[in-house]
Design a binder for this molecule. Structure first.
Ligand SMILES: Nc1ncnc2c1ncn2[C@@H]1O[C@H](COP(=O)(O)OP(=O)(O)OP(=O)(O)O)[C@@H](O)[C@H]1O
Ligand code: SF4
Ligand SMILES: [Mg+2]
Length: 357
């Protein structure tokens, strides 16, 4: 029942994802035939390091929640592999693989909607104790663990253990979801927009709680959000997604101070400025992202990129290494790519909107 010891040492990634693909068939017509395919996640490759918080950002529809569900193995990928602490997920146990059941015990998820994920007929205590009991802990021990976790998430057990979800505020319910996610002593917690539905003041409290729990329980987080400020606050490294692909990834400071990809730069520049002297006249990112049913050829950002050239339509950019684990997928980052600005990524100004005084 207790957490399995660290096997591969701190240098081995906790989770290594390679070539992960999820396409959803869109059926229609008289015979329900597949008419088109939504390329929601299209060849993701990244590591989640032990003890880190990996932030994932990108616009609505870019595949963040699909990625979360794949990492949690709530659904099967069409292609790709996942290695968890050195063991293939869902692969033959005799051949050194990890069964989905064992994997799912070590990886837990918290969703945005705190109410929908709680059973209205279970008390808070029963909710948190449910999974440990299913996994073989005695009723008494499961309740003890539930009460410990309630205290850990800042809800006094004496006040909350016997209440029902409808008696709680949104912030309190999200604390319960977090406690429940920790009940099986997971190593990895995937948080999909965990604070997006909360008021700003409650949001800050829950973020701080997540930071504290991570240290207390030795957790690793994948933290998904469309809010760039929240991701900057909580992440060690950040992965930027666009239409089902990784376009840039690196340490949080590199992404926020030296973003290379025109999409990342535009995303950062579209953050609302607190300073009224820097009100913008037009946003740097215009138009909706193209549809993942029929993504553009080559670089998928080319239909919105001010630096797009012929090569951007012809070939998908390679992942270029900018140093210190900062990688970017843009023809301007690779010398010899055929782009007129090849190898001179930082010489082009970010696609900034005009600023007005
Ligand atoms: N079960 C499904 N069947 C068909 N299409 C789906 C399914 N789930 C997701 N999609 C599509 O896949 C794409 C990615 O969706 P996803 O929910 O992963 O995006 P997201 O980045 O989490 O967006 P948001 O920020 O709005 O939560 C979208 O075009 C979505 O419509
Ligand atoms: S590869 Fe081309 S279209 Fe894509 S981001 Fe770079 S310059 Fe823009
Ligand atoms: Mg989502």
């Amino acid at each position: 029942m207790e957490a399995i010891e660290d096997r591969g040492g701190p240098a081995q990634p906790l989770l290594a994802v390679k070539g992960l693909v999820k396409h959803f068939p869109l059926k229609g017509g008289l015979f329900g035939r597949t008419q088109a395919v939504v390329r929601a996640v299209d060849g993701l490759e990244f590591d989640v390091l032990k003890g880190e918080t990996l932030g994932i950002v990108g616009e609505s529809g870019c595949g963040k929640s699909t990625t979360a569900r794949l990492l949690m193995r709530l659904m099967d990928p069409n292609a790709g592999t996942m290695i968890f602490d050195g063991e293939g997920v869902g692969e033959n146990e005799q051949a050194g693989g990890l069964t989905l059941r064992d994997y799912r015990r070590q990886v837990q998820m918290v969703f945005q909607d705190s109410y929908a994920s709680l059973n209205p007929r279970l008390t808070i205590e029963e909710t948190i104790a449910f999974a440990p009991r299913i996994h073989g802990l005695s009723g008494e021990k499961a309740v003890t663990r539930a009460r410990e976790l309630l205290a850990a998430v800042g809800l006094a057990p004496a006040n909350f253990a016997l209440r029902y979800p409808h008696e709680l505020s949104g912030g309190q319910r999200q604390r319960i979801n977090i406690a429940r996610a920790l009940a099986l002593r997971p190593k990895l917690v995937i948080l999909d927009e965990p604070v997006s539905a909360l008021d700003k003041s409650v949001e800050a409290q829950v973020l701080n709680l997540l930071v504290d729990l991570k240290a207390e329980f030795g957790l690793t987080y994948v933290f998904i959000s469309h809010d760039l400020n929240v991701v900057q606050y909580i992440s060690d490294r950040v992965l930027v997604m666009y239409l089902g692909e990784v376009v840039e990834m690196g340490p949080v400071d590199a992404i926020y101070e030296r973003a290379g990809h025109p999409y990342t730069r535009a995303l950062l520049d579209s953050r609302p400025s607190m300073d009224p002297a820097f009100r913008r006249t037009k946003p740097p990112l215009t138009g909706d992202p193209p549809n993942p049913v029929n993504p553009p050829s080559g670089c998928r950002f080319r239909t919105r990129c001010p630096y797009a050239e012929a090569v951007c339509a012809e070939r998908k950019p390679l992942m270029a290494n900018l140093g210190d684990g900062h990688i970017v997928s843009c023809h301007m980052a690779s010398a010899g790519s055929g782009h007129s600005k090849a190898g001179r990524l930082y010489e082009v100004p970010p696609p900034r909107a005009e600023m007005v005084a």
